[in-house]
Write a protein that binds this ligand. Sequence first.
Ligand SMILES: [Zn+2]
Length: 488
Amino acid sequence: MKKFIRSKFLIPISDKIGRATRIKDGYVLFEGEKILEVGAFNEELGRNLLERYPNHIEVVGNNNKTARSLDDFIRLEGVLLPGFIKAHGHDHESPLIGIVKDAPLTEWLDGAVNIFGKFMQENQKQLADTLGIRPHLATYLKARVDDIYYGITSSMVHHCNYNKYYVGDIVEANEIAGTNMIVAVGSQDRHYYDAILDSPQDAVKRLDENVERFGKLTRTRVVPGPDQFFSNGPDLLKALKGWADKNSSLIHIHSSEEFNTTEWFKKEYGMTPVEYGMKLGFLGPNTVLAHQVQCTKRDLEILKDTQTKIVHNPLANTILGSGIPPVIEMLESGIDVVISTDGSGSADSQNILAAARLASQYQKAFHQNARLMPAQKIMEMITIEPAKLLGINAGSLECGKDADMVFMDTTRPNLTPSKINNVLENLIWASDGSEARYVIAGGKVVKDNYQFTTLDMSKVNEQVQQLSEMFEDYREEQLKLKGTGAHC
Ligand SMILES: [Zn+2]
């Protein structure tokens, strides 16, 4: 059975027809996981589709009814785009919204993220009994709800700290949700709880085992994701980069996220984290750094020369008071930069359109130049650009790409009036992110007229609410002890 969706506006963001092309009354035909056709709809085309595929096309937005006449190809009032791609996030943070706010990064890590990881690890059995589900799986499923809610169909999840032991659970959550995921499996050999420190052999073995287990999946990929330069010493980083090069894989890490850790590198090694990464041979076209907020001129040169990629997370960087990376200078020097949300704990939301808006708004104000980072460019930085950076066959609506798309309802008051010449701008500047009415991932309608089809949203929310309440008591006890001094 083929599937069809028709929309008042269609923005394919495709290099084949020009990224800025906007189509009035557009349609997409898809089958299985792939897109078959994209273009402008008209009656002749509709008749032609009915002739070619009699009783063989289901219409999204028309109760998935089988098309038998032209009238069945109803046109939805809104805009159809490629599904959004989140290049850096942490699904394990989904229960951590609103905890330790108005505090800097290390205080937030010590008071929320690190304690939460320990809480989950120590209380697994009791939590599973109470919740009726493995607690890690519950948090990962909640993150899938959050992504689909905002129209995100692909993500690279940085699976840090204790979560490295739960790759099976996150893969299961992704497979249930139907989204596309790269799991960057964490590691650390210093500056963290002793119990989870790795040797290089441990970390490499973990990757090999997970690739062995999940390597055949088409919508989930496993790559190395050492937590951050601060918590990963030279031997471990070299071993993981070696693994990535040998397996033609990406490698992902946090870099220069906040001032104090960057300063620590200068004192300890006499170099910046980027210089440290370069010295170890860790940088390169397959290396993706999250943040890179503190960035010297020399760092920019190194990043450019090594073709290292950057994921900018403005929500987290501003909420935690970390600063903002020199995005304009990075783009001008030819460094690939994309925009993401980071985890729910630091960003407090997976609204990727809000992240894109903030990225642009900050640079316009900082440089006193309204022309910088226009809506078209930042929309590309959450679709086609991260698709290229991460090697994902999506981010554009064109024949042969994965059928990953989002339909945004433009009849909402905040998006009215929308026209062909301002609809993309409205999404960036006026949407609240919740207008994602249909979300299609790998050809599956995972959000159908605002209803989740692969996930039980109410149940998932209820479980995570309960988990969060149990965590609160534990957290208060732990905080009476002392800070962990650890960083994720
Ligand atoms: Zn992060």
